[in-house]
Design a protein around this ligand. Structure first.
Ligand code: SF4
Length: 321
């Protein structure tokens, strides 16, 4: 009998679900339980195909815009964890829709910061990725032109504010900690009076997952990040692994997507998961490796998380599923 090659697997801890994702999924599940199907969800509630497909099976209907929802419906409409421009709840009210907002409280915190800077007369820079729903949501908190998007160091070098003395920055929550620090450093060098959060607005979950990946990536031959390509924080984890010295770092939605030719001859594998990837999918990847290798699994714990967010008041009376 052919013996399977040895493989040491190191699981990054923390990995996977964050408090904002957990809350957003709970909101859809509790809404389904309390009001029954359908529950409309504007945009993928979180950027994970498995989660979205699972909720769809339970009766959630995903749309990109409110106009896709039948007029006059009494079914609840949930806004995704990424946040929405102010025009969206205004539109929902105009259409007399009952909506539940699953925006992560840490994204809402950035909205509040941007609003405060605006009221104080500051020009606002948002460091983030064009087109990401969180960025669209944050820009949409304020009148058009109030927020300028800076995506990278080149943008930061080129940016021309109306008044460099009245300038503030906020950031997307799921950026690379290291890239963002470089962009902030450029802005601070060019505009010493710029105001902003203590470091940036990158959330605890993004920061902790990146730190764990950074530490594990240095010690392994290959890394897998479980997550969807649409998930900003998951894609950042792959980049972090590559920059930390593990060029063989790959993003996979599911075990079935693994290209096994890329893992031939490895002795040590690191595994992490983006903030929207369920632990079930990490288990699935481990099981797939166990079929091909004699695996030994350990964890590298770089932080312990105990953050949880309340669901909206309307749903608090529903017993958890
Ligand atoms: S990644 Fe961070 S900001 Fe996004 S939902 Fe999770 S906790 Fe909230």
């Amino acid at each position: 009998m052919q013996t399977r090659p040895q493989l040491d697997i190191t699981l990054c801890a923390p990995r996977g679900f964050c408090a904002g994702v957990d809350r957003a999924i709970q909101i859809v599940e509790l809404a389904l339980e309390k009001y029954g199907a359908p529950v409309y969800v504007r945009h993928a509630i979180v950027h994970n195909k498995y989660v979205v497909d699972g909720l769809r099976d339970k009766g959630a209907v995903f749309v990109e815009e409110l106009e896709e929802i039948p007029a006059g419906t009494e079914a609840p409409v949930v806004f995704s964890a990424h946040g929405v421009p102010k025009s969206v709840p205004a539109d929902a009210r105009a259409r007399e829709m009952f909506f539940l907002d699953a925006t992560c409280p840490l994204v809402s915190k950035v909205h509040v910061e941007a609003q405060r800077h605006f009221e104080e007369g500051q020009d606002i820079v948002l460091i983030g990725h064009a087109g990401h729903p969180e960025v669209i949501g944050t820009i949409g908190q304020l009148p058009e032109g109030a927020i300028s998007l800076v995506e990278d160091i080149d943008d930061a070098e080129r940016f021309t504010p109306r008044n460099p003395e009245a300038l503030a920055f906020v950031t997307q929550t799921t950026l690379s900690v290291d890239d963002t620090a470089e962009i902030v450093a450029v802005l601070k060098r060019r505009f010493p009076a710029i105001r902003g959060p203590h470091k940036e607005d990158i959330c605890y979950a993004t920061t902790n997952r990146q730190e764990a990946v950074k530490q594990v990536a240095r010690e392994v031959d290959a890394m897998i990040v479980v997550g969807s390509p649409t998930s900003s924080n998951s894609v950042r984890l792959v980049e972090v692994a590559q920059r930390a010295g593990c060029p063989r770092a790959y993003l996979y939605d599911r075990a079935a997507d693994i290209d096994w030719s890329l893992f031939e001859g490895i002795k040590r594998l690191g595994i992490s998961a983006g903030a929207s990837a369920p632990e079930r999918l990490v288990d699935e990847v481990i099981e797939a490796f166990a079929e091909r290798f004699a695996i030994k699994v350990s964890a590298k714990v770089t932080a312990v998380e105990n953050i949880a967010f309340n669901v909206p008041r309307e749903l608090r009376t529903v017993p958890a599923a």
